[in-house]
Design a protein around this ligand. Sequence first.
Ligand code: EPS
Length: 394
Amino acid sequence: MSLGRLRVVTAGESHGPQLTIFVDNLPAGLPVLAEDIDVDLARRQKGYGRGGRQQIEHDCVEIVAGVRHGVTMGGPIAMVVKNRDWANWQGKMDIEPVPEPPPPVTRLRPGHADLAGVVKYGLGDVRNVLERASARETASRVAAGGLAKVFLRQFGITIRSHVLSIGSATATHPDDLVLSRTAGDHAWWATVEESPIRTGDLAFEAQATELIKTARTAGDTLGGVFEVIGYGIPIGLGTYGQWDERLDGRLAAAVMSIQSIKGVEIGDAFANAARHGSLAHDVIDYSSEAGWTRPTNRAGGLEGGITNGMPLIVHGAAKPISTLINPLPSVDYATRQRDIAHVERSDVCVLPAAGVVGEAMVALVLADAMRIKFGGDSLEEALANFRSFSESAQ
Ligand code: EPS
């Protein structure tokens, strides 16, 4: 039981009929339109380096419960994203038994859930693993995160993302992006939204595009790092009271749970590890006009597992996609004979999309933290609690 907590559950296979998403415990009175969520679903589908699947899908959400006349009623919200590709998988992904099942996938892909999944669930067909392990599931997370963003916007919170590196190419970006609560409106973000690499650094864009082209030709894949920044977050979300309620840990778990993400960093964590303390922390200042301020944001907006009012900075490191067109040596699960890995249509690089998924996961954790701190069965009640706290926190 977790009364008052934001809860999210999703279901759906990559080539099944649809993705199904439940979001519970948003307050009543929140204006929500499907188009608010569709914006992010479309952003997740973009990016240079994606595979053929994104040409088939035009992801959009159908809200099927919890909203009436464009406003939440306080009960659970249910949403559906149809898989257009389902039409091409008749006989292969039917829910009902079929007279002639397709041959099983048995050549294990290193880096994917294939081996661990078939052993764990006692399956003979890797398809029964890869369908749910697939990053197609991230469309569900983006739909749920889209709702969380709609809620957060009511409190003046916005969440952005951009790509910091792809393979050996690294982006530069303005320092002030992470320093001011209002940098969510920085001109940089308009360029990012136009860029197929989701960057404002055009030299990096050109370099990363070339690297992806070369990897594609070689039948190879590329990873990289994205950055999510949360703006307008109040002081006081999360707590040091218990280890599992520290917000840094909860953000790390949420972002680490994204397919392909193998590392998460808050603020300057790894650079700080090499600095002296005198150069690792953010000096505290106060003025009645500006309130609490910091000249630097190396902590990434969190101290003691609690937000400190500075922009929240979370980095996600993605390994290269594990389905390779030029496959790695492996073993056939059915025969236990050496073979090459199974080849399935896939992407060369997903960093631009991964950042959008990162935004969704950060939004879900923040929305839950806002529900814990400010409660409220109606949006009005939640906003009143928020305003009252904000006045006392000056
Ligand atoms: C994805 C859909 C998938 C993959 C990709 C992400 O569709 P399909 O398998 O039909 O091509 O393109 O998933 C993976 C890279 C993976 O390893 O699972 C999507 O919608 O994001």
